[in-house]
Design a protein around this ligand. Structure first.
Ligand code: NAD
Ligand code: MG
Length: 396
């Protein structure tokens, strides 16, 4: 079996670390071509020692010098690069077979798009790419015959529950509904009056999953599920009204597909991202992910509830921007990145996240999605507007 060369965008994050865990279980199948991270040089260096990549990429020249010196001193041949152009180069490099897109937020858009345009196997965790530029990205996948494998656990479950030829159309395949499950996050049953005072630590304490801080806050507001509705719309070319959010607090069913004959096919598993990562890496084969077998007797109960749009207004906003189309989802995504960062920084109360998102959307008209420059311009304008509203406290 020939080894596949992998670029990991976001190697130091939660998904990046889980990806390396799976890769290191299968040295016969995979080798790391490039490790790409932002500013955690200590962690990247440790990873370089462990997997000896051909390249490592960090944020800027000073960090790159530091990392390069350490690599040389350790006798590693790893070449160190920096900046967005290096991310793009590593994603599109001719020697690369597959790219794990696991940068958080809009910063991942350009390299992930570059991977699609280079016809790579794209393992997509970075859902913000599809929220910002779904049409553009899916066009690039088709035009350049890239292979898109969803890593987000719900989309990976849907992918596993659909027939292999689902690209011919969901209704032609007898699909009636996509059942997108959601845990409901840490505040599913918190009295509404208490939500105003929740802290970043409480918001990041997800009941089932251990994740990066941005997606943890998104899970607490259910913005994450909203972003995932948009993600599902693009990956599966699904009409928004066929995507049903199902609150399922145990996070055992990772999502399901309902068919016209009454069947519902689902994928179940532990809430451990190594399962969808291993599936995406090895597809269409299956490999050991280091995840224990599921014990249904221990689980015993599975519960399901309808989503509460009043408790989670961000979820409603996501359906609204999906209906508006064009740059509206990119505007929401940008506002939300600013709002979540401000919340994590103690500058915005928890309930302010949805308020700021709604205010930015109301202030900025959406244009057509157009090309990458149009998307990046909408993103920049929405960030600017969100920052100004935050400063002036003009969003409630
Ligand atoms: P994280 O915060 O743990 O890690 C983010 C990674 O991105 C880090 O390696 C960081 O160095 C890198 N990064 C951040 N900004 C960057 C920049 N400007 N340039 C280059 N690199 C940058 O995040 P995570 O939880 O691993 O999530 C990553 C993505 O995967 C997100 O889009 C998230 O929504 C998605 N996702 C995560 C999970 C999960 O379980 N963690 C599940 C599903 C989807
Ligand atoms: Mg998910």
């Amino acid at each position: 079996m020939s080894q596949q060369a992998i670029t990991i965008l976001g190697s130091t994050g939660s998904i990046g670390v889980s990806t390396l865990d799976v890769i290191c279980r299968h040295p016969d199948r995979y080798r790391v071509f490039a490790l790409c991270a932002h500013s955690q040089v200590d962690k990247v260096f440790e990873q370089c020692l462990a997997v000896q990549p051909t390249y490592a990429v960090v944020r800027d020249a000073a960090l790159a010098d530091d990392l390069a010196q350490r690599c040389r001193a350790a006798g590693l041949a790893t070449e160190v690069r920096y900046g967005v152009s290096a991310l793009v180069e590593m994603a599109a490099h001719p020697a690369v077979d597959a790219v794990m897109a696991a940068i958080v937020g809009a910063a991942g858009l350009e390299p992930t798009l570059a991977a699609a345009r280079a016809g790579k196997k794209v393992l997509l965790a970075n859902k913000e790419v599809l929220v910002m530029a779904g049409e553009l990205f899916m066009d690039a996948v088709k035009t350049h015959a890239a292979v898109l494998l969803p890593v987000d656990s719900e989309h990976n479950a849907i992918f596993q529950s659909l027939p292999g030829d689902f690209a011919r159309g969901l209704s032609a395949c007898g699909v009636q509904k996509i059942l997108l499950t959601a845990s409901g996050g840490p505040f599913r049953t918190t009295p509404l009056a208490d939500l105003a005072a929740v802290t970043p630590e409480q918001a990041c304490a997800h009941p089932n999953w251990v994740m990066g801080r941005k997606i943890s806050v998104d899970s607490a507001t259910m913005m994450n599920k909203g972003l995932e509705v948009i993600e599902a719309r693009w990956i599966f070319d699904a009409a928004p009204e066929t995507i049903q959010v199902v609150v399922h607090p145990q996070s055992v069913i990772h999502s399901a597909v309902q068919y016209s004959d009454g069947s519902v096919l689902a994928q179940l598993g532990h809430p451990d991202m190594r399962t969808p990562i291993a599936y995406a890496l090895a597809w269409p084969e299956r490999i050991d992910a280091g995840v224990a077998p599921l014990d249904l007797f221990k689980i015993a109960h599975l519960d399901f509830y309808a989503p509460d749009f009043d408790r989670f207004p961000c979820l409603r906003l996501a359906y609204e921007v999906l209906a508006s189309g064009g740059t509206a989802p990119a505007i929401l995504n940008a506002a939300n990145e600013v709002a979540v960062a401000a919340f994590l920084d103690g500058q915005l109360p928890f309930l302010g996240i949805a308020q700021l998102n709604a205010a930015v959307l109301a202030a900025l008209p959406a244009g057509p999605e157009g090309n990458l420059a149009d998307v990046l311009a909408a993103d920049a304008e929405a960030r600017q507007r969100a920052h100004r509203m935050l400063q002036e406290r003009r969003f409630t």
